[in-house]
Design a protein around this ligand. Structure first.
Ligand code: SAM
Length: 291
């Protein structure tokens, strides 16, 4: 069901003092370039009763760019339940714009609980959509865009990080991660070990003066960034496995042949390497065939 504020239309005039109808307005902001703030997003920021945001210093700049004088209310991942409750009560009679420090709220940013609760209460929820670093990076990466998986930030600890990488290794899609400069080199090394020679890209400082995109295989990128801590904000993208189970028959055929002379583990490793398919997937199929 689409629930939008009753009087709000796409062609609503921009009357400075006019207030938006009550409800929650998810407002996407730029990811580094103020020119990317859309006219509608700017209008919502001028016409909302209040603006819920992560960091008032960051959002103050955005409001200045939008010509907005609306009051801000801090709302972040660790906001106490009573802050959320207060916002929900207010959006029943006032318009609440939700912004994050960069890009689209809720994308690796707070807001999910607020949107769910607002919807459960039948409150109007709508959005002024805009940039997100994940999609921006994907669009310039040159990697396949027909299927992609946004995986957000990897865990900081090496064991949990490696587990998270393994969990998505077999997904036949371009993988998109948010990453930080200090962790990039270690992540690329771990990925090269777990995912092999897949094509990848490091997108840095998108839409900003020092925007940069570096492409290569995972081992090439791991070598290039070894010992470095690139500055700025980073999206790391990994292309899909080369020959994702392109043909189940081809996989079965290769496995059957290998199983004639090798135990399941060895057969899976050799077929996985030959076809560029994740070993875990091939091993599972090898066990099925043996059974
Ligand atoms: N909500 C945001 C969005 O829609 O993209 C993401 C917020 S998340 C807390 C911040 C992360 O997004 C950064 O650590 C970085 O990985 C990525 N990011 C944000 N802006 C970026 C930019 N201009 N260039 C590259 N990555 C960016």
């Amino acid at each position: 069901m689409i629930s939008a504020p009753p009087d709000e239309t796409e062609t609503a005039p921009d009357a400075g003092a006019e207030r938006l109808p009550p409800g929650l307005y998810i407002v996407a902001g730029p990811i580094g370039n103020l020119e990317d703030l859309s006219p509608r997003a700017a209008r919502y920021l001028r016409q909302a009763d209040i603006v819920a945001c992560e960091d008032t210093r960051v959002t103050a700049k955005l409001l200045r760019a939008a010509g907005s004088d609306r009051p801000m209310l801090p709302y972040h991942e660790h906001s106490a339940a009573h802050v959320e409750e207060r916002l929900l009560e207010r959006m029943a009679r006032e318009s609440v714009a939700l912004v994050s420090d960069a890009g689209t709220p809720l994308v690796s940013d707070p807001g999910h609980g607020l949107v769910r609760a607002a919807r459960e209460r039948g409150l109007a929820v709508t959005t002024a959509p805009g940039p997100s670093a994940a999609i921006t990076a994907l669009s310039v990466s040159g990697l396949p865009t027909d299927r992609f998986l946004f995986a957000g930030f990897l865990p900081a600890k090496a064991t949990a990080r490696d587990k998270a990488i393994s969990a998505v290794a077999g997904v036949p899609a371009t993988l998109i991660f948010y990453e930080t400069g200090p962790r990039l080199a270690a992540t690329l090394t771990a990925m090269a070990a777990a995912l092999g020679g897949r094509q990848a890209a490091v997108a840095r400082e998108l839409t900003k003066r020092h925007e940069e995109l570096v492409s290569g295989s995972l081992p090439e990128l791991a070598e290039r960034y070894a010992g470095t801590e690139p500055k700025g904000e980073i999206v790391l993208l990994v292309g899909p496995p080369e020959a994702e189970v392109s043909s189940a028959d081809a996989l079965d055929q290769a496995l059957r042949t290998a199983l004639l002379t090798m135990p399941a583990g060895k057969a899976a490793a050799s077929v996985a390497a030959a076809l560029g398919v994740p070993r875990s997937e091939v091993y599972a199929r090898a066990l099925e065939l043996k059974a």
